[in-house]
Structure formats: C-alpha cells, structure tokens
Design a protein around this ligand. Structure first.
Ligand SMILES: C[S@@+](CC[C@H](N)C(=O)[O-])C[C@H]1O[C@@H](n2cnc3c(N)ncnc32)[C@H](O)[C@@H]1O
Length: 258
C-alpha cells in the first residue's frame, strides 16, 4: 500500500523512491526529476522499457476503445509528453477531444510541440495542474486515463477521488502503472535491469543517473495489483478489474463510475 503515516510534528510521511519524505516535499522532488528529463523523456522511455511501453500503451487504448465521435471527452492525467492522448485521438479517427493535464510545464511543452508536428493540436487542450486538485467541474469527462503517472502523486487516494468526481456517470477510469512481477525468473532479470541498467542508461542519455534511480525505486514502492484495486474501489469506483502485462511488469486497472 502507499505508505503515508503521521510524523511527530503532525505532517504526513510518504515515499520518495526508497526514502521517507514529508508528503509536502515529495511533489517538489518529483517535479525536479521531470524538469530535468523532459527533453529526453521519450527516448529514455524506449530505452528503459526496451520499447515495451508502446505495446502497453497500445493495449490500454484497445481496452478503452474510444468512441468515434466529437462529443467524446477524455482527461489524460500526468499526461506528460502526450503519448496516451495522441493514441486516443488517433483511435477515435481524430474525432475525440483529450485534455492533457500535468503538473510539469516542461513535460507539457514537449507534448505541445509533438502535438503540433502530428497535426493533433485541434483535438487537444494542455493544462498545467495537480492531479490532486483538478480544475474541472464534476461530471465532465467520459474517460480518465493515467499512464505511469499515479505513483508520482503524493496523495494517490486524493487523486483517485478527484478522478471519480470529474467523470460522468458511466465514465471509465484506466490506470496503467508498473506493478508487481509474478513470474519467478522474470523478477530476477527485471531486478538486474532496473537497478543496474536503467540508472546507467539514464546517466548516458541525460547525464544524470539520480532521476532514474528514483523512477526505479518508486516502482517498487507502489502498491501491488490487489492493493491498488482496493484503493480504486475505496474511491467509489465499481467493477474494478486489472490485467497484467508482461508478467506483471505493468498492469492496467479499470474502474467505472456507475
Ligand atoms: C512517467 S511520466 C508519464 C507521462 C505519460 N503519461 C507517459 O505515459 O509517457 C509521469 C508524469 O507525472 C507527472 N506528475 C507527477 N506528479 C503529478 C501530479 N501531482 N499531478 C499531475 N501530474 C503529475 C509528471 O510531471 C510526469 O510528467
């Protein structure tokens, strides 16, 4: 489960990778990571996951099966450089609208540039805001997606209840996130890759291993499949299910606002 507990001075502690930090500190540290890596983020994603993030993201969009009409509105939270929103729009035959929300202006700037190159800007709105405090009215979106983003949010329970608030009745929540590997040999290979190769590649490509050390550690601190499903149910979602990808390296959680 997400580790958050009361500290002696009444604040809340949470995990920043393997370190305990005050809940208020985590967001600033996460923001620094993504400001540093924004320009190299897309290349690093391919390197870190050996291209697998594309397969998992495509699978997420197939599960969503976006409606092909102009009234279909989705919100992609922690949307970063736009990968999920671009796929949703393409899958809707360029009819849907997606709002890409991220707390980090550097990541959004890369996303806006990519959207313009792909000629998708008309279907997109970029919003700099916090997943814990969405600047939207209740019952606004048909779908809420978040890919590899929720583990970076200090108060995941708050983000999930915000997701529930902004979805329309009948709306769908989809969360793609790294999860717990459930295959005996794969977990050893994955550990070696994560703790040795990824920070080293990060250093080679971005000049700094630390942000990638954080990313690897944050993955291990995130709740496993069952615990995260329980958090989603607690936020008010119904029919909560999950699907493992690549032996649980990633998992897609789904819930409905009914
Ligand atoms: C690993 S990236 C994922 C980007 C994109 N969804 C993807 O799959 O490629 C994580 C993103 O979460 C964003 N993020 C972290 N904390 C956030 C928060 N509290 N609210 C919104 N976005 C946040 C970061 O700025 C970063 O862009």
């Amino acid at each position: 489960m997400t580790e958050a507990r009361t500290t002696a001075d009444g604040g809340m502690e949470t995990s920043y990778g393997f370190h305990k930090v005050d809940e208020g500190q985590k967001q600033g540290m996460v923001n620094e990571v993504f400001h540093k890596v924004a320009k190299r983020y897309d290349i690093m994603n391919d390197v870190m996951s050996a291209g697998m993030h594309r397969v998992w993201k495509d699978a997420m969009i197939s599960a969503l099966n976006p409606r092909k009409d102009a009234s279909y509105k989705t919100l992609d939270v922690a949307g970063g450089t736009g990968d999920i929103a671009f796929r949703i729009i393409e899958a809707s035959n360029r009819l849907a609208h997606s709002t890409v929300l991220d707390i980090n202006g550097s990541m959004l700037a890369v996303g806006e540039e990519r959207a313009a190159k792909k000629k998708l800007s008309d279907n997109l709105t970029f919003v700099e805001a916090n997943a814990e405090e969405l600047p939207f009215e209740a019952n606004s979106f048909d779908a809420y997606t978040v890919a590899f983003g929720i583990r970076n949010v200090p108060r995941i329970d708050v983000a999930l209840s915000e997701a529930h608030r902004v979805l329309k009745r009948g709306g769908r929540l989809l969360v793609l996130e790294f999860s717990e590997v459930d295959m005996p040999l794969l977990d050893k290979v994955y550990d070696a890759w994560s703790f040795n190769a990824i920070p080293q590649f990060g250093k080679m490509i971005t000049g700094d291993a630390e942000p990638y050390q954080y990313l690897v550690e944050s993955i291990r601190k995130f709740p496993n499949q069952e615990d995260f499903a329980a958090m989603i149910r607690k936020a008010g979602f119904s029919r909560v299910t999950y699907t493992n990808y690549t032996g649980g390296i990633a998992a897609l959680h789904s819930g409905w606002k009914l």
